[in-house]
Design a binder for this molecule. Structure first.
Ligand code: ADP
Ligand code: MG
Length: 349
């Protein structure tokens, strides 16, 4: 993985001198020394994603290392575009999934990040957490759980009874079952009592609310690299509030806000990041089980505990652009992929 980077590091200085010496030389990247492209990354991303992910700092660093990003035109046949070494995508339509699956069959040499079939698991809040529930990480620097939850697919009037029978503890967070890229899929409600739940619109999941000191850990996974950042989250719900409130309340989209809690003045017990070995193990396990290389995990630590963690959400190809240093991690990741492909090619497998 380091090979390309090292090769270019060595030549970088010379290239810079050459560019400076030749004022007439104009590159599309404003005089940045570029390596001949070796890795072509096709991307099919929404405009919003292009803006947040393909920031100039990533384009520049990648270009310096011989990686170029080429937009895919979804209205044209994919096979007539490229050739690509890698395809990055986050478009959820069924048609696009089919296009990619057909393309992958025809072009097994292209690395598709990630397989549409694997991404599908994350588009449903029930299947999303199934793999986590099956993990057994106990005695490994901490325990990782998922909150207990109930899936409601129809008949809102039956929710109060279903909840009472399930034994779930109030308050509950109600989340739309399907995560389809719309903002509606992220309209969450907090319910203080069972009766009010019949006001909600299934299909949804009802999840036990876990007090966690108002801090959430966003764990980003890019191939084998793991980065964790703190974010502000929902405040805890105390017994007084629980006993004196009824109804369902729309929750603000806290996790979306850019506010990082990394520099905030926090109680050290709440701020302490989850232990590295736990994150490494979790990342490795989930990468394998989900068959994904680009995702993040929303993780909280139960208030008053040192090592009880809950995973509440997993997202495919999240806002990596907010992650400090993402351009380096991503460039290395893409170079690593290209290099392992090259090795496979040399060994004929
Ligand atoms: N079970 C829970 N216990 C405590 N807080 C939760 C729980 N589920 C969600 N939250 C809070 O709500 C936020 C949004 O929930 P999440 O499941 O991540 O949905 P989204 O898809 O909108 O990101 C989380 O970042 C966290 O702050
Ligand atoms: Mg989330």
């Amino acid at each position: 993985m380091r090979l390309h980077a090292e090769v270019f590091d060595e030549t970088e200085e010379a290239a810079e001198v050459a560019v400076m010496a030749s004022a007439a030389l104009s590159s599309p990247l404003n005089g940045v020394p570029v390596a001949a492209p070796r890795v072509v990354v096709g991307y099919a991303l929404t405009k919003k994603k292009v803006k947040s992910f393909l920031q100039p700092k990533l384009l520049l660093l990648a270009r310096k290392n011989g990686i170029i990003f080429v937009p895919i035109d979804e209205s044209l046949p994919l096979s007539e575009q490229g050739p690509f070494d890698i395809i990055l995508h986050k478009i959820t339509s069924k048609e696009w999934q089919q296009v990619l699956e057909d393309y992958q069959e025809e072009h097994p040499e292209v690395t598709v990040l990630d397989p549409p079939n694997a991404i599908k698991h994350l588009n449903n809040r029930q299947s999303m957490l199934e793999e986590v529930a099956d993990l057994n990480l106990s005695n490994f620097y901490g325990e990782v759980f998922t909150p207990r939850q109930l899936v409601i697919t129809k008949d809102p009037s039956a929710i109060p009874t279903a909840v009472a029978m399930s034994g779930l503890t109030l308050p509950l967070v109600a989340k739309p079952l399907v995560v389809d890229g719309t903002s509606k899929a992220h309209e969450l409600y907090l319910a203080y009592d069972e009766a009010s739940l019949s006001m909600l619109d299934p299909p949804l999941v009802l999840q036990e609310f876990i007090n966690h000191g108002g801090i959430l850990f966003k764990v980003y996974i890019i191939g084998e690299t793991i980065q964790v950042v703190r974010r502000f989250s929902l405040p805890d719900v105390n017994t007084y509030e629980l006993l004196n409130n009824v109804g369902v309340y729309r929750l603000p989209r806290v996790s979306c806000a850019a506010a990082s809690a990394d520099n905030a003045d926090l109680d050290p017990l709440i701020a302490e990041l989850p232990p590295r070995p736990l994150l490494e193990k979790l990342g490795r396990e989930l990468r394998g089980r989900l068959g994904l290389r680009l995702f993040n995990i929303d993780m909280i630590r139960e208030l008053g505990t040192k090592d009880r963690y809950y995973i509440i959400d997993i997202n495919y190809f999240p806002g990596f652009g907010k992650m400090p240093g993402y351009e380096h991690i991503f460039t290395d990741f893409l170079l690593g992929l290209a290099q392992s492909k090259y090795k496979r090619y040399l060994s004929g497998t």
